[in-house]
Design a protein around this ligand. Sequence first.
Ligand SMILES: [Zn+2]
Length: 354
Amino acid sequence: MRRKDGRPFRAVRVRMRPAYRDLPKDYGPFAPFGDGSMLFHTGRFFACAAACTDDPRWRMSLRTRRDRSIVLNGQIERGVARWRDQDDGSYVYIGDTRPVRRAGVLAIIDQSLPQTVAAQLDRDLPRFGAFYAARLGALPSPPVLFASFDSKYADGWGRQGGALPGQVFTHFYGERWSSEMSKPDFAFDLSWHFAHETGHLYQHGLSSADKSGSWIHEGAAEAFATIAMRDLDPATAPQIDARIALARRSCAEATERQSLAEALDKGNYRAAYSCGLVLNLAIDQAIRRSGAGQDGLFTVWRRLHTDQRGGQGVTAQDYAAAVKAVAGSCVSEALVRTTQTAGVSLDHEIDRCV
Ligand SMILES: [Zn+2]
């Protein structure tokens, strides 16, 4: 964009309708709530005049009706907010929904969600948060849960969920959800989703250094969800087993002719979840069987947090080193071997160690 007279702009003003957009690799800029509230993602508004500097910061300000709440970084403001933003940004809430504080969690749940779903969300996040905090350490500030439902969204239907530092969110869009939410598996899927995303928060900012290692943080979040759900909701055991069996099948398919590392490098991101679950559960089981720690996989992540303090992304070597320190060299060597070999059963070799 350029001024007709070639001189630099002093300001650019953009007006836009706050609609949900499905972005393939990013969280959407807006999540409209059915009850009239709104989430917006600050990161979608980060812009630099030319190229961004290495560690850019943005001055943000927000003005709304004086009686409306603004929830920003776990704090509740009224009407006006000013802050500095950086990194990936975060979701900011604007609306009239009263945030609920429970067991150290701040929850903002769309009033237009069915009562059963709202009640489940209200129950799940504090439980998962407490479960992980006991094993991986508390978060620096209380996590915030956002759940929104835009039934008026006209262009299809879907769900986008995720986690940003200190925040877990899920946005349901499309009328179809009104019937989907009453299906028998919905409650289980929703719990799993929140157990997985909350699990990311307690990875305390650690994620894999590259694409080929995405099985580390995604697979561990899947394994955390498995362990948490088994413990907190024993009645869901058959659904959990079915989910693991499905992961095993889809992982075997993804790694039939190429190694897991290659599959991930080529962009088969689903393998990070399926194979990552199989591998991380095998590590968990090996640790528990060997008596090296009743906390299984969580022991590896505590170790990782100590090793990586203030560090960069976790490499496959970092992860193998933490596994070795907790579970021994047989498990860590089997882990490295299987992620680099095609056509092997990923957990079989780890299982043989203990
Ligand atoms: Zn994830």
